[in-house]
Write a protein of this length. Structure first.
Length: 297
């Protein structure tokens, strides 16, 4: 006698009957067990969601690196920094990238005396620091603001990694010549720091008294014209990298020495300077820093 084959629907039906039996025999206990099961499932799902969230956050950098490798069109133009100036690369790819980045912008294509004179004080400091980096120094910009005693510290590996070999003061002054007083102050700081070298850099000129005072004191005075000549002695790719960095963004509006944000042009409404324009911090009255409007001539 043949055995009857089980139909495909018999197994699910049997399972459903087995699940239903406890509810029929003892509904209260069955409901309690079902509620416990649902709570357990909810806890497991919550733990899995939290675990995935932690994994997603920790693996974000890895995913970005993978995207960077697999999707060339998403690559960003690398930022120009001081390490770029120590590169000896002079291949055509650098120049092509440089031209493409500046093609649609009305930006200077070469270094000039006029460009140096238009730089605001902070960008002028960055230019001086970047130049020394290009010359092989480890230049560190201090955070003392527009009127600090030391704007840049120069370190040399064969001198000391902790003690500055030279100190630099920068002044983006065009309206008048740098007098002897700032040079005397720099000399005092140089003596206090026991630095072998002090350098004063301005975008303008020096008075005769300032030049005479610096003689024989290991103080080097650099004018705007001399700074331009020094930049132009750098290899072409370093000149262009320096130009790209310094003229990126707003390089003419001065930064607030206190807040480190771009200032805004204001007009004096009272006092002896009524009607005169000046640069004021956008955080006024919380910040009352002001700067004279620089003469670009």
């Amino acid at each position: 006698m043949r055995k009857r084959k089980a139909k495909k629907g018999d197994l699910p039906t049997a399972v459903a009957v087995l699940i239903a039996i406890p509810f029929l025999m003892n509904p209260d206990k069955a409901n309690s067990a079902l509620n416990s099961l649902l709570r357990l499932v909810f806890i497991l799902l919550t733990v899995c969601a939290i675990g995935y969230g932690i994994y997603w956050f920790l693996s974000k950098d890895t995913r970005q690196k993978e995207d960077y490798k697999t999707n060339p069109s998403a690559k960003r133009r690398p930022k120009t920094n001081s390490s770029n100036y120590n590169s000896n690369s002079s291949d055509a790819s650098f120049h092509n990238t440089y031209e493409e980045n500046r093609k649609s912008e009305d930006l200077p294509k070469v270094w000039s005396k006029e460009l140096i004179k238009t730089l605001e004080w902070k960008r002028f400091e960055e230019l001086c620091s970047a130049y020394f980096n290009a010359k092989g120094y480890d230049a560190k910009v201090t955070k003392q603001g527009a009127d600090g005693g030391i704007d840049i510290q120069l370190f040399k590996a064969n001198y000391s990694t902790t003690k500055a070999f030279g100190i630099v003061q920068c002044k983006a002054w065009n309206s008048y010549k740098v007098g002897v007083k700032p040079i005397r102050e720099l000399y005092g700081v140089m003596s206090a720091e026991s630095a072998p070298l002090a350098i004063f850099i301005t975008s303008g000129l020096y008075t005769k008294e300032a030049e005479e005072f610096s003689n024989g004191k290991h103080i080097k005075l650099i004018t705007g014209d001399l700074l331009l000549e020094l930049i132009q002695t750098l290899p072409e790719e370093k000149q262009l990298a320096l130009l790209n960095q310094i003229t990126t963004g707003d390089y003419t509006t001065p930064s607030c020495p206190s807040c480190d944000i771009k200032m805004t042009q204001r007009t004096s409404k009272k006092g002896n300077n009524i009607g005169n324009k000046f640069w004021g911090c956008i955080n006024f009255p919380r910040c009352r820093s002001t700067l004279h409007i620089k003469n670009k001539a």
